[in-house]
Design a protein around this ligand. Structure first.
Ligand SMILES: [Zn+2]
Length: 243
């Protein structure tokens, strides 16, 4: 095996790992955007329910106010009429009507007070929710502004390494390249690892002695039997880890 295959793989992995970090960062920024958007949608739903609630309370209040006004008008009218009635029986009947109206009106007044209290709490709740909605919208805008620049910079960095990445990858035989790329994506961005003291540093499992020997000789490309990562060995690496 050509020694430079391992060097090429290590080199390629370095580029790929940098770009993978960048891609993950972009993904994270996009995930935050999506989370904020769904938070906003949920809050907007709450606000709409609260708005409809406030509106219907308002309609009820205005209706009740109109009813009360009409009752006041009738009461005033009946009282005026009462002063003109001379007949006792008629007077009594008119007085009963007035009493009935007063009772009805006072019941409506109580209802109105309850409704006004409700209005206050419904409006207060709506206001609080609208403030929360605005706060989320502000966060969305701040995040969008901040992440736009970051994503652009990261994409630029990824693109700037692309041609070098292709050049390095092009040095590999197609089957080696395919193997590397498969393990890289399956093993979260770590496809080529060092073997030190017959241990795979990718998964910390022992490499069988025969295979470890061959890896040390650097004759063929070997994959760790446990994690399938491509193994390489360096004499100085071994010394560093022993020392
Ligand atoms: Zn392993």
């Amino acid at each position: 095996m050509d020694d430079s295959v391992i060097d090429t793989l290590v080199n390629l992995q370095e580029i790929d790992r940098r770009n993978r970090e960048r891609a993950l960062k972009i993904e994270e920024l996009e995930k935050t955007s999506a989370e904020l958007a769904s938070e906003h949608a949920a809050k907007l739903g709450e606000v709409e329910v609260a708005r409809a609630n406030a509106e219907s309370t308002g309609v009820q209040r205005r209706e009740l106010e109109a009813v009360l006004q009409e009752e006041e008008r009738r009461l005033k009218d009946r009282r005026m009429r009462l002063t003109r009635i001379r007949n006792d029986k008629e007077h009594e009947a008119a007085q009963r009507e007035i009493d009935g109206l007063k009772e009805l009106s006072s019941r409506h007044e109580e209802e109105l007070i309850t409704l006004l209290e409700q209005t206050e709490s419904v409006d207060g709740g709506l206001k609080a929710m609208e403030d929360e909605l605005q706060a989320i919208a502000d966060r969305i805008q701040a995040h969008a502004e901040e992440s736009k620049g970051q994503v652009e910079a990261l994409e630029k960095e990824i693109a700037s390494e692309q041609s070098e990445r292709e050049r390095v990858a092009g040095l590999l035989k197609p089957n080696v390249r395919k193997r590397y790329e498969t393990v890289f994506s399956r093993r979260a961005g770590l496809a080529v690892v060092e073997m030190t003291r017959d241990i795979c540093t990718g998964c910390n499992m022992a490499v069988p002695p025969q295979m470890a020997n061959e890896i040390r000789k650097g004759q063929t490309l070997h994959a760790c039997p446990s994690c399938q990562r491509i193994l390489f060995w360096r004499i100085d690496g071994e010394e560093a880890s022993v020392g």
